[in-house]
Design a protein around this ligand. Structure first.
Ligand code: FAD
Ligand code: MLT
Ligand code: ZN
Length: 478
């Protein structure tokens, strides 16, 4: 009888699989090294048809499939379990930009297309793909859609979900679902693509996408502001939005401590200011009526004392330098060591309250903890990370971590926010999903999972725990 491994090798051909330990190494752990797994094999198909045949073979053998894009995810979603029986399905060889439709303001790309390459292709056609984040040089469009990624442009353009017009998805029985329409309006039945956006590979494998594009925003002005409090930043954002007729492309908040981590760990990174400020904002605005629009609006904020200092980039090189500071935060934080990461969102109107009460809470729960706060405050998403004293043993760290995270998530929940704003749930936040989603929501999620993946082969154990009573005991361990 042909084993699953032999069957998979036959489907993808000699260049489409590996069991080599060195080649597999980067695929068995995630970016921060928090999770690690093993695998039977990593397959790299070249088309949706091959993905369908892989899925059928795995379904017949009862083997779990872990879709993997750029493996830049923050929650262990693309890492296999420790059984060594799961199959990693890498989308890396499905990377073509199939077409850019200039008149329709859309593009069709394969799931394994690196985000930066998709951005470039849109730009070459005179258009703009407004999904952007520090990982854009290695994350893939399929991974962005599977996590409903956010990034720096959400306030103006929405998350990945808002940019998806159509999807091609391989279902758990190997069927290729072609929903690759590129329409703005389509009320024909249920909008099936929505099920797969943000489902982290647990409901289907995304093989291609039709994406919404925008006109080139034209000249952008980039500025860094020194600010006294995060609350002032929220107020400045509100005023600039009005003054600039909503032409704010990005509005990122960074605390002085985070800035310090970047200048400490990232070679060549230095502050554009001569003195330190408690908070910084990195903002980008489309010029529209000319760069003086932003400068005039900033002068008003400086005069009113809401902004303490401002540096406006004079050219693209200076703008890129400022953005390098922001995009290096994740790397600086990684080099600094273990942190309790909280990727939270609250309505913008509750942001000031969250920050004030968050400070009080941390002081009460753990006065010796360090807050590392930064994020996409323009859309209400903060990375509210906490560093615990390095002297704690691993078991103490875990217990303290849970206690502090619960305190923070309770506050977020009370303010109508989410414990998972843009990184997804993966393995890291399954328990929190159970606590902060209602019984009715969890019930429907489980029902969807069972319906779309009746044999529990699509990224089993990620996002939501489901009991599959009809499966054998070893298959229900998730
Ligand atoms: P992976 O990490 O490979 O996978 C993520 C999840 O999606 C896994 O569950 C995987 O199984 C599933 N998946 C991947 N591809 C597919 C597919 N084709 N079909 C079905 N399921 C699939 N995220 C943000 O939202 N905003 C940010 O600003 C941001 N900045 C980042 C900066 C850095 C430096 C880093 C390292 C990460 C950052 N992230 C950010 C997190 C991460 O980049 C995003 O979540 C990204 O969308 C993941 O894409 P990926 O291709 O790497 O997916
Ligand atoms: C970011 O905003 O830089 C990312 O989401 C990465 C992170 O949170 O570390
Ligand atoms: Zn982020």
């Amino acid at each position: 009888m042909t084993t699953l491994l032999e069957e998979l090798k036959g489907i993808v051909g000699p260049r489409g699989w590996t069991t080599d330990a060195r080649a597999l190494e980067p695929h068995l752990t995630e970016w921060r090294g928090t999770y690690r797994g093993r695998t039977l094999v990593m397959v790299e198909p070249t088309c949706a048809d091959e993905v369908g045949r892989i899925v059928k073979a795995c379904a017949a053998a009862g083997a779990g499939i872990v879709p993997q894009g750029g493996n830049t995810g923050m929650c262990g979603g693309a890492v296999p379990d420790s059984s060594g029986q799961q199959v990693i399905l890498s989308l890396g060889r499905m990377h073509r930009v199939r077409a850019v439709d200039v008149e329709n303001f859309s593009m069709e790309v394969e799931a394994g297309c690196i985000l930066a390459n998709a951005q470039e292709a849109a730009k070459a056609a005179g258009l703009h793909l407004p999904l952007s984040m520090g990982a854009e040089g290695s994350c893939q469009v399929g991974g962005n859609i599977a996590t409903n990624a956010g990034g720096i442009n959400v306030g103006r353009y929405g998350t990945a979900r808002a940019l998806v017009l159509g999807l091609e998805v391989v279902l758990a029985d190997g069927t290729v679902l072609d929903s690759l329409r590129s329409l703005r309006k389509d009320t024909a039945g249920y909008d099936l693509k929505q099920l797969f956006i943000g489902s982290e590979g647990t409901l289907g494998i995304i093989t291609a996408a039709s994406l919404r594009l925008y006109p080139d925003p034209g000249e952008l002005t980039t500025a860094m502001l020194g600010i006294d409090s995060a609350g002032a930043a929220v107020e400045v954002l509100r005023r600039l939005k009005v003054a600039l007729d909503n032409r704010i492309e990005a509005f990122e908040l960074v605390s002085q401590r985070v800035f310090g981590l970047v200048t400490q760990h990232i070679a060549g990174a230095r502050s554009p200011f001569e003195v330190e400020y408690p908070w910084y904002v990195l903002l980008e605005a489309a010029s529209g009526g000319g760069p003086e629009g932003l400068e005039k609006a900033l002068t008003a904020e400086l005069d009113a004392g809401r902004v303490l200092d401002a540096v406006v980039a004079k050219n693209e090189t200076e703008a890129a330098e400022l953005w390098r500071l922001r995009h290096s935060i994740a790397e600086a934080e990684r080099q600094d060591g273990k942190a309790l990461k909280h990727d939270i969102s609250v309505p913008l109107s509750r942001m000031q309250e969250f920050l004030a009460r968050g400070d009080e809470l941390l002081a009460e729960l753990r006065p010796d903890a360090r807050l590392v706060a930064f994020g996409h405050v323009g859309d209400g998403n903060l990375h509210y990370n906490v560093v615990l004293p390095r002297t704690l043993r691993d078991d103490e760290w875990a217990a303290e971590g849970t206690r502090i995270s619960r305190g923070i998530y309770d506050l977020v929940d009370e303010l109508g926010g989410s414990f998972s704003a843009e990184h997804g749930v993966g393995q890291a936040k399954r328990a929190w999903l159970r606590e902060y989603r209602s019984g009715a929501e969890l019930g429907l999620m489980r029902q969807l999972k069972k319906t779309l993946d009746p044999a529990n082969i699509l990224n089993p154990g990620k996002v939501i725990s489901v009991s599959y009573t009809h499966l054998r005991a070893h298959e229900t361990r998730y």
